[in-house]
Design a protein around this ligand. Sequence first.
Ligand code: SF4
Length: 250
Amino acid sequence: MKLARLGDGAEIFHTVQGEGVSVGVPAVFVRLSLCNLHCVWCDTDHTWNFAGTPWKHEKDAVPGYAKVRKEDAIIEMDVAEVAGEVRKFGCRHVVLTGGEPLLHEKELVELMEELRGDGADWFFEIETNGTRMPGAEAVGAIDRFNVSPKLSNSGVDSGLRKKTDVVRGLAGTGKAWFKFVVEKDGDLEEIFEMVGEAGIPKGRVILMPEGRNVGEIDKVAPWLAERCRDFGVRFSDRLHVRLWGDRRGV
Ligand code: SF4
């Protein structure tokens, strides 16, 4: 299983969920490596934006910025090892994240089975970009899908990022919430077009400001919260950015 490397180990850490419908809930995060998209504002680009790749990123403008070397950014662990790391925290709410964790669907199903082998009441959320429809085993094992379909503000071609059938399929599981990253007022039209096309229930829509620091979030959050109120959809802040900035492993 390919995980994001942090120091000598994997990026598996105990924190509180910072976004979406379970914001504030204590959880163990398991960060998988690799992604099939390449969003220009991605805040976990160490999972995919490796040296030698052609992808553009907002960080390119930061003086001294250099892409990570793939061999430094990934750690391979087997499922039992990952389960052992997760168990150490004594917290049974787990967020499977990335990158795009569904690139590792088979191993994640094994991981959930392994952890549930102790008979305890585990809860698994997965954060996915909505481009891959998981199979029946994964749908059965996962308790909540946090789906974040990408808009044109991601800089990714629509053919890669926009998979209406997948989003419709995820909505049909009854376990999915749909979180859209908003940069500007003009994004809202694109979001509601997507919501209509894919048949996403309005009650499952969450709008969240784009921003990798508090200043960027605060440019969007006040007016976006008002738009959420007017549209009758849920607003999400980015709690972890407010608390810890862009630090990893917290
Ligand atoms: S889909 Fe998510 S992890 Fe992948 S590049 Fe976009 S924001 Fe980053």
